[in-house]
Ligand binder design. Structure first.
Ligand SMILES: Cc1ncc(C[n+]2csc(CCOP(=O)(O)OP(=O)(O)O)c2C)c(N)n1
Ligand code: SF4
Length: 279
């Protein structure tokens, strides 16, 4: 009998692991996970060709919840790990994810250099303007008057980072903003980000109902930007600065050379390393 060949379709659920997320009910990160799996299914990427590298934080747990290769790394070092992986395994689709604390505080230096280096990585910051995992401290995206607590009496008094503006001035070639309340829109952005040759940065507004319950109001303020994506950095910075940070869409995209170290594979054996230092 003639054998029938059926095209294997990958479904979003195929990218989910058997581990049940332990995020709080209503956490925006659930929808980010859904958007990532939808985007991967749309692109039909075999899961063995995808790696999701994360730092530490509630959001960084996301690596364990997908069935792709993953690495739940060290706080603030996800981009360094991902850059190393991409340097060694160019053929992999490497996604990087974590929180605003992970990526902009302890990992801030890696972030700005990843932007200027322009390796082919897709970096998702799940921005809830707070350190969720460690129970609600201010992060670099927290407004100066939040929160009147023992830790920050009267608020931090420090102006927050504008992640999209920071990425732009640091040289990122793809900058977008998404919202966990619009997982389909976010999945569409992620598809473009993964397809973009170079470093793609996506700031995802992802509420933390536990420590920032007021963020549940974001759904009334977030809007899809109707402005066309620009490749002009001056125009992009003007738009980003004039916006209240609640517009979603691809804010900036430009084709620039991608950094991919080539040449000889790195020295891996101790004996080889010792040999290199012999006098
Ligand atoms: C080197 C180091 N410093 C501090 C911590 C404690 N710590 C764990 S998660 C975290 C912040 C998490 O906040 P964020 O990255 O915004 O993620 P969220 O939990 O809000 O998703 C901190 C400070 C740590 N694990 N390692
Ligand atoms: S503490 Fe906040 S960020 Fe962490 S799982 Fe709960 S709702 Fe999500």
């Amino acid at each position: 009998m003639e054998q029938q060949h059926m095209a294997i379709q990958i479904k979003p659920k195929d990218y989910k692991s058997d581990i049940k997320p332990i995020w709080c009910p209503g956490c925006g990160d659930f929808a980010v996970l859904n958007a990532i799996t939808k985007a991967l299914a749309f692109l039909g990427l075999p899961k063995e060709n995808v790696a999701l590298i994360t730092g530490i934080g509630c959001s960084s747990r996301i690596a364990a919840y997908t069935s792709a290769y993953g690495f739940h790394g060290v706080h603030g070092r996800a981009l360094a790990l991902a850059a190393g992986l991409k340097a060694a395994r160019e053929e992999l689709t490497v996604l990087v994810a974590g929180g605003d604390g992970d990526g902009l505080s302890i990992g801030g230096n890696h972030f700005i250099h990843a932007c200027r280096r322009n390796m082919n990585l897709t970096y998702i910051i799940m921005d809830n303007e707070v350190y969720g995992m460690t129970k609600g401290q201010a992060s670099p995206t927290t407004a100066p008057d939040w929160l009147d607590s023992k830790l920050t009496p009267g608020g931090t008094g420090i102006r927050p980072f504008q992640p999209a503006g920071l990425a732009l001035t640091a040289g990122a070639s793809f900058i977008a903003r998404g919202f966990s309340g619009d997982p389909n829109g976010l999945a569409r952005i992620l598809v473009e980000a993964i397809n973009h040759p170079g470093f793609s940065f996506i700031q995802v507004l992802s509420p933390c109902p536990t420590f920032r319950p007021e963020q549940m109001e974001w759904k009334h303020h977030v809007r899809v930007s109707e402005i066309e994506t620009t490749d002009d950095p001056i125009l992009a910075v003007q738009r980003i600065q004039a916006d209240d940070g609640m517009s979603t869409g691809i804010l900036y995209q430009r084709q620039i050379p991608v950094f991919q170290p080539g040449g000889k594979p790195p020295v891996a054996e101790v004996a080889q390393l010792e040999g290199a230092f012999e006098l």
